[in-house]
Design a protein. Structure first.
Ligand code: HEC
Ligand code: HEC
Ligand code: HEC
Ligand code: HEC
Length: 380
């Protein structure tokens, strides 16, 4: 920690420095980097962020090293907790390709999604975090999506007469093995979106072309080309477009958890909540070569908060704000962390996002534990 006097001098310096006009965002890459998109997604046309800065690259690196006996032995020598890391890292290992998304998605849908994201892939635990981006940043990103969108031929508009044929093909051509489609088909693989969202996300022409040959729309597509005829692609598109998804509503909120009455220690809440999840965005820079994470030093469009959740002192300093942050995320789960077959519920978002941002809410059991620990006066 810096002594208060030094901190005062630094803060003074910041105040007296003239505030320059914000740089206009020249290019999409800059816009995407300013929103920290590259921490999870590969930004097309730029080098991927290294593992020091990227949630995705570092988590993948941990799994890669885990699978290589030589590098694993080295890592175990350097990191005393290596085996725990291998076991725990589970998120951001796979993230959708922005290149493939830009090639097919309607840019105006992207605008709405950035302001109010929702679960697209119910089999994937992580969702897009809600960002603190300015309208200027969002405009620049949306313009970039518009410029990168791939032109496709105009085909026949959606027609109910093709839906029954499309429904048959959906099973026989293997779509059913990868995709959720509302509550009609729920055996999805992690990375295939719920097809019930497609009609809101792209034009019917783009959907037909994508179904026929995804790689022709974007080489980054991971969906395989299934050797369909034009007529089959059209029938499938119309099934996806017109069939009722038969979504069920995400379950209504149960009662908010009540604080645990039995004595709770800091070690318990550290192990199950703060050290397991929160610390990864709220690091203590003194313990991480100066890095502090987006929840502390600022990121995802949000200014710095100064909140570190890696040490007892850091957690206690914001203990009064933690219950509300956890309960807000619980509320957002109806839109951000739904089960296959459920429709993301509309939500009036609180101004401040719930925590943990972009991840499913922590379990009611763990919330009850944290509430109990705080009610008991945050014992060590
Ligand atoms: C913390 C990680 C993270 C960051 C940072 C992030 N995203 Fe995402 N993004 C995701 C995840 C996870 C998904 C998949 C969500 C789902 O399927 O429900 C996603 C999905 C998307 C999609 C939909 C793509 C598709 O194939 O369905 C778009 C578009 C997108 N992100 C754009 C952005 C932009 C623009 C930024 C920067 C402003 C950004 N993302 C930053 C994790 C992230
Ligand atoms: C330099 C490497 C590195 C970077 C960068 C990194 N992580 Fe992690 N992350 C780890 C390790 C190692 C663990 C396991 C920690 C443990 O078990 O104590 C982990 C665990 C996690 C966990 C809990 C386990 C899981 O996967 O759900 C979350 C959540 C998480 N990280 C989120 C993030 C987010 C969000 C970012 C980007 C802002 C990020 N991480 C960046 C290395 C990293
Ligand atoms: C091997 C798994 C797999 C199979 C089989 C598959 N898809 Fe996909 N599909 C994906 C993935 C993954 C994506 C997301 C984009 C990407 O990464 O290619 C996708 C994207 C799509 C999209 C764009 C949806 C959106 O909201 O962005 C449509 C439409 C689609 N698939 C329809 C189909 C149809 C129809 C079939 C059957 C002919 C099918 N898919 C078969 C994996 C698959
Ligand atoms: C993926 C990154 C990420 C994770 C994981 C995360 N945070 Fe945050 N947190 C942020 C960001 C970004 C902000 C700033 C939001 C803002 O300014 O509105 C923030 C702000 C906060 C705030 C201040 C706003 C408020 O609600 O009063 C609290 C408290 C907080 N986080 C607690 C937590 C707790 C507790 C956890 C673990 C359960 C957690 N965070 C996990 C990124 C994260």
């Amino acid at each position: 920690m810096l002594p208060a006097v030094v901190f005062g001098v630094l803060a003074g310096g910041v105040v007296t420095t003239p505030v320059s006009e914000a740089e206009p965002i020249p290019a999409l890459a800059a816009a995407l980097h300013s929103g920290d998109c590259a921490r999870c997604h590969q930004v097309p046309g730029t080098e991927p962020l290294g593992r020091i800065d990227s949630c995705h690259s570092c988590h993948v690196w941990v799994k890669d090293v885990a699978g290589d006996p030589v590098r694993r032995d080295k890592a175990k020598a350097v990191f005393p907790l290596w085996e725990r890391y291998e076991k725990n890292v589970a998120t951001y290992l796979e993230v959708p390709s922005l290149e493939a998304a830009m090639a097919r998605l309607d840019p105006e849908w992207v605008r709405k999604y950035l302001k109010d994201p929702h679960d697209l892939r119910p089999g994937l635990n992580e969702t897009m975090p809600r960002f603190g981006l300015s309208d200027t940043q969002i405009d620049a990103i949306v313009d970039g999506f518009a410029a990168a969108k791939v032109a496709v031929p105009t085909v026949a508009p959606p027609d109910p007469s093709r839906v029954a044929e499309g429904e048959k093909l959906f099973s026989t051509k293997g779509c059913v093995g990868c995709h959720t489609f509302g509550a009609r088909s729920t055996g999805a693989i992690k990375m295939a979106p719920d097809l019930a969202h497609a009609r809101a996300r792209m034009s019917p022409d783009t959907a037909a072309a994508w179904i026929k040959n995804p790689k022709a729309i974007s080489p980054a597509a991971t969906m395989p080309s299934l050797g369909l005829t034009d007529a089959e692609a059209l029938a499938l598109r119309d099934y996806v477009w017109l069939a009722d998804p038969k979504w069920t509503q995400a379950k209504p909120l149960g009662k908010a958890p009540t604080p645990v009455k039995a004595p709770v220690t800091y070690a318990q809440v550290e192990e199950r909540v703060f050290g397991k999840i929160c610390v990864h965005c709220h690091m203590n820079p003194d313990l991480n070569q100066g890095r502090s994470g987006p929840g502390n030093g600022g990121g995802f469009g949000y200014p710095a908060t100064g909140i570190e959740l890696q040490t007892y002192e850091g957690v206690v300093a914001v203990a009064d704000r933690i219950p509300d942050a956890l309960l807000r995320r619980r509320l957002e789960a109806h839109r951000d962390a739904i089960q296959p077959g459920e429709q993301p519920a509309p939500l009036t978002r609180p101004a401040t996002p719930g925590m943990p941002l972009g991840l499913p809410p922590i379990s009611d059991e763990d919330i009850a534990l944290v509430l109990g620990w705080i009610e008991q006066g945050t014992p060590r």
